[in-house]
Design a protein around this ligand. Structure first.
Ligand SMILES: [Zn+2]
Length: 233
């Protein structure tokens, strides 16, 4: 018996035992309960983002949480269950655990220059969602990204490996006005959006989890100037 069948069956039982006004009141409460189910899932995702944003504010204010890392390491000896995965650039100025003021076991982090959705990144995120219970993936780009600048420069990369870094970003460079001073950041933001869409397009596992309401993908951008991570979508 699925949820709706249970509700319909329960409704029939109540209809036989309640007079008119009480029945209407019951119907309002029941409808409210049904409509609240997706709303609650949304709140949960929002709560997770709010916690990340709070950590980011602590980082910006120079007031990181005091932590007993030795105790936390021991707690995590045999297990991990990070609710959040972050796909971000390898840039040394943008470590997710630091900018979100999170600890051991909190974030499942996948990093490469330009945070592209290549098979290793997608497979790593599938592992987190499938086996570790991750429910939010943050795709995080950042201001003045060297990989984005290289991709938008049009110059030929010095190796096949470097080509693999810039090629996935090149499409975003063609979408922005190159005469604007913030060209690279516009391209970087577009690339974050493309990567978020690619994760779902390239992965049956991630798409299924998202469709079932078990996974939310958040697009975010880190400012080197302020240290703030802004939620784009
Ligand atoms: Zn970068």
């Amino acid at each position: 018996m699925d949820c709706m069948e249970w509700i319909m069956g329960y409704g029939n039982a109540v209809r036989q035992s309640l007079p008119g006004t009480q029945l209407r009141n019951f119907a309002v409460v029941l409808l409210g309960s049904v409509l609240a189910i997706p709303a609650l899932a949304q709140i949960s995702d929002n709560q997770i983002w709010n916690e990340l944003a709070s950590g980011n504010r602590r980082f910006m204010n120079g007031k990181p949480e005091r932590r007993d890392l030795v105790a936390r390491r021991k707690e995590l000896e045999k297990t991990q269950s990070p609710r959040v995965a972050v796909l971000s650039c390898a840039d040394s100025r943008v470590p997710p655990e630091v900018v979100f003021d999170e600890s051991l076991g909190d974030l499942f982090v996948v990093r490469s220059a330009g945070e592209s959705a290549d098979p290793l990144a997608v497979g790593s995120l599938e592992y987190a969602v499938e086996h570790l219970g991750t429910v939010v993936i943050v795709v995080m780009g950042h201001q003045s990204c060297g990989a984005v600048k290289a991709a938008c420069s049009g110059e030929k990369p010095a190796s096949q490996n470097l080509d693999a870094v810039v090629t996935p970003i090149a499409a975003s460079c063609t979408k922005v006005d190159k005469s604007k001073p913030d060209t690279f950041d516009l391209a970087g933001r577009d690339h974050v959006h493309s990567v978020a869409l690619e994760l779902l397009a390239k992965s049956v596992i991630l798409k299924k989890a998202a469709d079932e309401g078990m996974l939310t993908i958040v697009e975010a951008y880190y400012s080197l100037d302020t240290g703030e991570v802004t939620k784009l979508r």
